[in-house]
Design a protein around this ligand. Structure first.
Ligand SMILES: Cc1cc2nc3c(=O)[nH]c(=O)nc-3n(C[C@H](O)[C@H](O)[C@H](O)COP(=O)(O)O)c2cc1C
Length: 281
């Protein structure tokens, strides 16, 4: 079986698809996974739908708004949430689980929070009145060559670069960095957070490890001028994605622990506390 680390390393944002149909058995299994009920660590339940472009009217096709960015995808994964506290983080967590399942099945995807038209996708996804549709993702097999647009997009977002450990992970307090050696059994989980996708590759996750109580505190460092798109904060989605990578890796390593929100988490200037992973309980 492929390890979660291998899957995380394999995943990348694919914007050019081959157009080949998804193998029937793979499509069937993925459909079942997508339609199973989901629940995030904060208790919210986002809803996911797999949309075939065959079910979208010709008029709507033109309005999907992915034109120029996504080439040749015939399936889209749409995810909806009802607004609630931490619903956006839960959304990121649950949707990334599906994205990684897809990667494990040999399917390519790409998170899209900006470059799509909400009305046409909302109609195709059967969006309810009280729901938001923060992102969609094409699903399919990658084309043999990346399009020029794709190469330009990757260049603009600096997609092949990730911040170093010293900018993301801290030991006890900031600015003391947490080294991979000090992270010990959690090294792989933190490295897998570092490899996570994030909106415009901003990598807004910061983690402070408190060795005394074996706890990892997750903070959001919001990028300036990057607030909300369509009523949701894409960077809160990024936090959920990071939590997903961390938890899946920790669990696969056989380490126990769980998420909690602490009232007494130490405030850190310009960062927002999100949640803590309490190891070993
Ligand atoms: C919440 C979210 C929203 C995103 N929105 C877009 C988008 O609108 N258009 C796009 O081309 N890529 C989008 N991306 C993809 C990121 O640019 C990409 O994850 C990042 O550059 C890192 O590259 P990688 O995913 O190939 O590792 C989004 C990613 C996330 C997590």
């Amino acid at each position: 079986m492929t390890s979660i680390t291998e899957i995380i390393q394999k995943r990348y944002s694919c914007r050019s698809y081959s157009g080949d149909p998804i193998e029937a058995s793979v499509l069937q299994s993925f459909r079942e996974i997508v339609s199973a009920p989901q629940k995030g660590p904060f208790g919210n339940s986002p809803r996911f739908v797999l949309i075939s472009m065959d079910t979208v009217s010709r008029d709507d096709w033109k309005k999907l708004g992915t034109y120029g960015v996504i080439k040749n995808a015939h399936w889209y994964l749409a995810g909806m949430i009802s607004p609630a506290p931490m619903a956006t983080q839960d959304y990121g967590y649950c949707k990334e689980k599906l994205i990684l399942k897809a990667a494990g099945m040999g399917l390519n995807t790409c998170w899209l929070g900006g470059t799509f038209a909400i009305s046409a996708f909302g109609r195709a996804a059967g969006m309810h009145r009280n729901e938001l549709l923060p992102t969609i993702s094409p699903v399919g097999y990658a084309a043999r060559r990346r399009s020029l647009t794709e190469r330009v997009m990757r260049g603009i977002a600096g997609s092949d670069h990730r911040r170093p450990w010293s900018a993301l992970f801290f030991n006890g307090s900031i600015p003391t960095p947490l080294t991979p050696e000090e992270a010990g059994a959690y090294r792989e989980a933190l490295e897998n957070v570092r490899l996570a996708p994030s909106a415009s590759n901003k990598q807004p996750w910061r983690i402070v490890y408190e060795p005394g109580r074996n706890t990892f505190l997750f903070y959001l460092s919001r990028a300036f001028g990057y607030r909300h798109t369509r009523d949701v904060s894409l960077q809160e989605i990024d936090i959920g994605i990071a939590m997903c990578h961390f938890e899946l890796t920790v669990k696969e390593s056989g380490l126990a622990g769980n998420w909690r929100q602490e009232d007494s988490a130490p405030p850190i200037k310009s960062w927002e506390y999100m949640a803590s992973w309490q190891a070993g309980s």
